[in-house]
Design a protein around this ligand. Structure first.
Ligand SMILES: Nc1ncnc2c1ncn2[C@@H]1O[C@H](COP(=O)(O)OP(=O)(O)OP(=O)(O)O)[C@@H](O)[C@H]1O
Ligand SMILES: [Mg+2]
Length: 336
């Protein structure tokens, strides 16, 4: 990518659990420039939400972090709580999958957004903050925002609630928006509207967007770059179109084969389960499920690192697929 605004390098997160340490992220690295967007995809448990929380400094207390998250060269992981609080909302903001996590049920939606404005834009009086909140609701396409601002979250439909959560995240004008599965619970039409909204904000306001999703179609639509995660690591990284049109990591190819299509609208799953932790094995974490690795010793002996597999794309695989633009002819990935 071009000059980076946010640079994640060697990011590792380990949770202490009753059964011992669990490495949820290991050596995660990617960067994003102003006005760019990156999609983070991967199966459940691959560490996507852990990554979102780590970027925002919102990990629970049983988590320890290594590596760096640099915004304009400043390592956010080295900031103290107060400094982080000041930056959160203004520099980076997070929208959760479930809008109800962000919205307080006993306060009006408008007053919550106004509070974010007053916290981050010093000297804003109450009236100006209320107006800014109404404007934020208008900006995300909520009709009659003046009236809506005086309502509570339970008076909003699912799609409207998600828009309100996005309005709140946007209220202080963050430079980077992290959206964690924001469209998962929404129906197709509302989902399309929310995706268009995020894309508009990126292109018109130069905001950088990190979109975490299970949904390859959604990320294809609104991201220019893509990081594919497996068992806490990035296994393929590059321009979204290049990664999805002809994936070079067998895991990405398997994910693509499982994605619903018009002719096969059901989601299928890659057979087998991912390892519980990033550090479980010195080998390739995908080897046991990979059709390419069969009979190839390197896959079970040595952990592959990200390296170039085709123009602009890197993948962590000893035997990457050819990644040619033409459709590949390989056996279908087994699904159950
Ligand atoms: N607070 C926690 N304490 C201990 N382990 C955790 C905690 N939060 C997450 N984990 C573990 O870390 C790993 C990564 O979880 P994470 O929620 O980041 O995955 P995810 O990719 O967001 O999954 P999903 O797609 O289901 O949202 C999982 O093994 C999960 O069980
Ligand atoms: Mg998650």
């Amino acid at each position: 990518m071009s000059t980076s605004l946010l640079e994640v390098s060697g990011l590792g997160v380990t949770y202490q659990t009753p059964t011992g340490p669990l490495a949820a992220l290991d050596d995660v690295r990617f960067s994003i420039g102003a006005g760019e967007s990156i999609g983070i995809v991967g199966e459940s448990g691959s560490g996507k939400s852990t990554l979102a929380l780590a970027l925002l400094g919102l990990l629970p207390t049983n988590a320890t972090t290594t590596g760096a998250v640099r915004l304009d060269g400043v390592n956010l992981l080295s900031l103290n709580r107060k400094e982080l609080d000041r930056r959160r909302g203004k520099d980076l903001a997070l929208v959760y999958q479930d809008a109800l996590v962000s919205l307080n049920p006993v306060r009006t939606v408008g007053s919550q957004i106004a509070e974010v404005v007053r916290r981050h834009i010093p000297g804003t009086d109450r009236r100006a903050a209320d107006e800014t909140a109404i404007e934020a609701l208008r900006r995300v396409g909520i009709p009659d925002p003046g009236r809506r601002a005086r309502q509570y979250a339970h008076e909003f439909s699912g799609g409207m609630r998600q828009r309100a959560a996005i309005a709140m995240a946007l209220a202080a004008g963050p430079r980077v928006l992290v959206a964690d599965e924001v469209t998962t619970a929404l129906d197709v039409t509302v989902k399309a509207q929310i995706l268009d909204l995020l894309d508009d904000l990126r292109s018109t306001e130069g905001m950088s967007v990190i979109s975490i999703s299970h949904d390859l179609e959604a990320v294809r639509r609104i991201t220019d770059h893509l990081a594919v995660m497996y068992a806490g690591r990035v296994v393929e990284l590059g321009p979204t179109a290049d990664v999805l049109s002809a994936s070079t990591h067998p895991y990405t190819a398997a994910l693509m084969d499982c994605a619903p299509t018009i002719t096969r609208p059901v989601i299928s799953f890659i057979s087998g389960a991912p390892p519980k932790t990033a550090a479980a094995t010195p080998a390739c974490a995908f080897a046991a499920r990979c059709i390419v690795s069969a009979g190839r010793e390197a896959c079970t002996l040595e952990r592959p690192v990200l390296r170039p597999t085709k123009a602009h794309v890197t993948a962590a695989c000893h035997f990457p697929l050819d990644g040619a633009a033409e459709p590949r002819h390989h056996d279908p990935i087994p699904v159950h």
